[in-house]
Write a protein that binds this ligand. Structure first.
Ligand code: TYD
Length: 284
């Protein structure tokens, strides 16, 4: 990081990188805390050193003009919802998995760098993303991949868990809006207004691919499985003028089409390590 910051005159950091899969965090929590919390601190320190007008003075709060650090976080830091309600930016953090705890920890470190050192930061908390190039450990690409190969589709528990789906392009537009117009120190929730039960999505994928529902296989539930996530978009839509453009119907059709048109990308990334993960996770 030091080398990169020295070589390039960065004025913005958008921290997308994370260990992001709940199931993997259940298998290897330490990896998640290290990558997601210590990784965030590493980036914050590098940005702060290169952006501060007096880099050696821990007490100075003066930065180069126009610099911004944006932490890409998740609605999972708020925990789970019942049938009613939505997450707002002031919902208390109540993470349930090692993954969401590591993201909540990172968010608090980002907040502390703003309060203590005056670093100009934002945190965005998005709902479940989908779209092209998503790794097939996540629900939508995993189900498309298995259905294409006529393999069982592993549905956790009763499949009635609800997620609020956000197209990756809408997510990126929201991040751009925060960088352009967001106020330093603020958190913005980003959701697609698309609440769907997992089983609904799985049935839709099977229908689009012309595959039988007999591929659905109910398996043991994920421990600590959050029942429902839903985001209240009011802050970002009213203050920054962003809103999601994709309907779920359009987004999911395009996404399925993308996976059908890019078999070589899927084959490449589902060989080797992915096979070992899949066997450990699903075949035991
Ligand atoms: P996932 O894509 O892992 O995202 P998250 O856990 O961050 O919401 O899972 C989305 C939902 O799909 C979640 O309720 C778990 C469920 N799921 C399955 O039922 N089977 C699977 O094989 C996977 C990966 C997820």
């Amino acid at each position: 990081m030091e080398k990169l910051f020295a070589e390039h005159d960065f004025d913005t950091v958008v921290h997308f990188a994370a260990e992001s899969h709940v199931d993997r965090s259940i298998l290897e929590p330490e990896l998640f805390l290290t990558t997601n919390i210590v990784g965030t601190q590493t980036l914050l320190d590098a940005a702060m050193r290169h952006w501060k007008l007096s880099p050696d003075d821990k007490y100075s709060r003066e930065y180069k003009p126009g610099v911004r650090y944006l932490q890409v976080s998740t609605d999972e830091v708020y925990g789970a919802l019942g049938r009613e309600g939505m997450f707002t930016e002031t919902t208390p953090l109540s993470p349930n998995s090692p993954y969401s705890a590591s993201k909540a920890g990172a968010d608090l470190v980002v907040r502390a760098y703003h309060e203590t050192y005056g670093l100009p930061v934002n945190i965005t908390r998005c709902s479940n993303n989908y779209g092209p190039y998503q790794f097939p450990e996540k629900l939508i690409p995993l189900m498309i991949h298995n259905a294409r190969k006529d393999r069982p589709l592993p549905v956790y528990g009763d499949g009635l868990q609800i997620r609020d789906w956000l197209h990756v392009r809408d997510h990126c537009a929201a991040i751009a809006a925060v960088l352009e117009k967001g106020e330093a120190g603020q958190v913005y929730n980003v959701g697609g207004n698309n609440e769907k039960a997992n089983i609904e999505i799985i049935r839709l994928i099977l229908k689009e691919l012309g595959k039988p529902e007999s591929l659905i296989s109910y398996v043991k539930d994920r421990p600590g499985h959050d029942r429902r996530y839903a985001i209240d978009n009011t802050k970002i839509t009213t203050l920054l003028g962003w809103r999601p453009e994709y309907t779920f119907e359009k987004g999911i059709r395009e996404t399925i089409q993308w996976y059908l048109e890019h078999p070589e990308w899927v084959e490449r990334i589902t060989s080797g390590e992915y096979q070992r993960y899949y066997e450990k996770m699903y075949l035991n």
